[in-house]
Design a protein around this ligand. Structure first.
Ligand SMILES: Cc1cc2nc3c(=O)[nH]c(=O)nc-3n(C[C@H](O)[C@H](O)[C@H](O)COP(=O)(O)O)c2cc1C
Length: 442
């Protein structure tokens, strides 16, 4: 099994991060075409026709989202979501570090489609190396006149700023990101209004993920018909899939959407370590409900993952093998989401905390069968009831683990209880043990 490298085609080229090398390899050709040979409507149309769906999690059509931006003169914005905080996801980091100009060019093309004159790349604070590289790329693009006033003497003006986040998962949620950009605490906003209508500073705003925007120059350069040849059904194009967890060759692999999950996990990532069997996998980052062995031959598409009860999400597969107990894994996951919950809505704030508490009891041998019922009910009360989907992002995988592996949860609880009882025995002291009256004659 080999990769289909489109976004990563030149990724190993030395100094690709410099504008000289990027342009030598055809970089900024699509921007020229979009600015000088196409109208903004054509650009929007081409992006829509390509079928490109968001690579940040929700899988919404990029062209459709851009088409929701109102027409006419007003302050409009483009925001690139480079927060990449979803556990298991590390593909945007690769793109920004090695090929920052592809993203800058993608932002320019996105801005043409949206009619935006100001843009921000919101990058997580931990990615300081990548932020430095991006800042250099933006400076180079300004020097060349690819950013700023009337780019290449066209009628389009676009300014781009790299903005560093401060390390909060919730700032990857698009409206939390907007609040953070405005200098507030990054809390999600109630939707509607959606950002396309009322986003940054109340202006219409197009928000897209790094990988989504990196597809834009490729689509404009080669055309939507060419692009649609990659992929399957409504999942067009290629996808950079981050594969991690219990695999022999973790890493980023670019494949056509539609290859089987087995090809990704076993063919490219080498499968679980020698002698171990796969237990389950998260197909779309840690927020995606887990799937099992029986799902390995499904095509890796938005549709197939959804039909199987999960989601393609950010396109990050985390593999869990048989040696990995699920209760501590679910607990680690819940602790992460509890820590990252902004606390603005009750189901998420309380639900993530309850989930941690119950899982702790189960893990420490203090659980009762009722705890598993409570665990299930709590997840049910979170899903669909939160201000944003952070709460669901914990509840969906935890609920799926319970559904697929309830016996393991029950066994873990029983074994932990026995282990705890055994630990407590010596603590009771020999005297106490000796004091137990022997059964006498009745
Ligand atoms: C809690 C939470 C965290 C998110 N984190 C990210 C992130 O780090 N990067 C990202 O692109 N999208 C993230 N999203 C999804 C964004 O809200 C939004 O759907 C996405 O940026 C839209 O871009 P796209 O259409 O190109 O995928 C997150 C969503 C939620 C609810």
């Amino acid at each position: 099994m080999t990769e289909t490298r489109v976004l990563l085609a030149n990724i190993d080229e030395p100094d690709l991060n410099t504008i000289a090398v990027y342009e030598r390899l055809g970089g900024y050709r699509a921007m020229r075409k979009a600015l000088l040979e196409m109208s903004a409507e054509d650009v929007l149309h081409e992006l829509g026709e390509s079928g490109l769906r968001g690579r940040g999690g929700a899988g919404f059509s990029m062209g459709k989202k851009a088409s929701f931006i109102p027409k006419g003169a007003m302050d409009k914005y483009l925001c690139c979501n480079a927060d990449e905080s979803e556990p298991g996801t590390f593909k945007d980091r690769l793109l920004m570090q090695k090929n920052p100009h592809l993203l800058v060019e993608g932002c320019i093309i996105g801005s043409i489609a949206a009619g935006a004159n100001k843009g921000f790349i919101f990058i997580r604070g931990e990615y300081s190396v990548q932020a430095d590289i991006l800042e250099d790329a933006v400076a180079e693009a300004y020097e060349k006149g690819y950013l700023g006033e009337r780019i290449l003497d066209s009628g389009h003006t676009f300014d781009l700023v790299v903005h560093r986040g401060q390390g909060a998962y919730i700032c990857g949620e698009e409206t939390g990101l907007l609040d953070a950009l405005e200098g507030k605490r990054g809390n999600p906003r109630l939707k509607p209004p959606f950002p396309a209508n009322q986003g940054l500073y109340q202006g219409p705003t197009l928000i897209n993920n790094v990988e989504t925007l990196c597809n834009a120059p490729i689509i404009i350069d080669h055309g939507a018909d060419w692009y649609r040849k990659f992929g399957e059904g409504n999942s067009t194009g290629t996808k950079i899939v981050s594969v991690s967890g219990n695999v022999q060759r973790p890493g980023n692999f670019e494949v056509e959407l539609g290859v089987t999950v087995r090809e990704l996990i076993y063919g490219l990532a080498g499968g679980p370590p020698e002698g171990r069997e796969l237990k389950c996998f998260f197909p779309g980052g840690s927020s995606a409900p887990v799937l099992t062995k029986e799902h390995l031959d499904l095509p890796y598409t938005f549709e197939a993952m959804a039909q199987a009860g999960s989601m393609l999400g950010s396109g990050a597969i985390i593999v869990v093998d048989e040696s990995e107990p699920l209760v501590p894994l679910a607990l680690r996951l819940a602790e992460f989401y509890r820590h990252e919950s902004c606390g603005k809505c009750v189901p998420c704030r309380e639900g993530t905390n309850w989930t941690v508490k119950v899982l702790e009891r189960v893990d420490e041998g203090e659980g009762t069968p009722m705890d598993l019922e409570i665990l299930e009910q709590v997840q049910g009360n979170i899903i669909g009831n939160c201000l944003c989907v952070l709460g669901d992002s914990m509840a969906m995988p935890v609920a799926s683990m319970l559904t697929h592996f309830r016996e393991e949860f029950e066994q873990h609880m029983e074994e932990a209880r026995l282990a705890r009882d055994l630990e407590e025995l010596p603590a009771m002291g020999a005297g106490e043990l000796g004091a137990v009256p022997e059964a006498g004659p009745v």
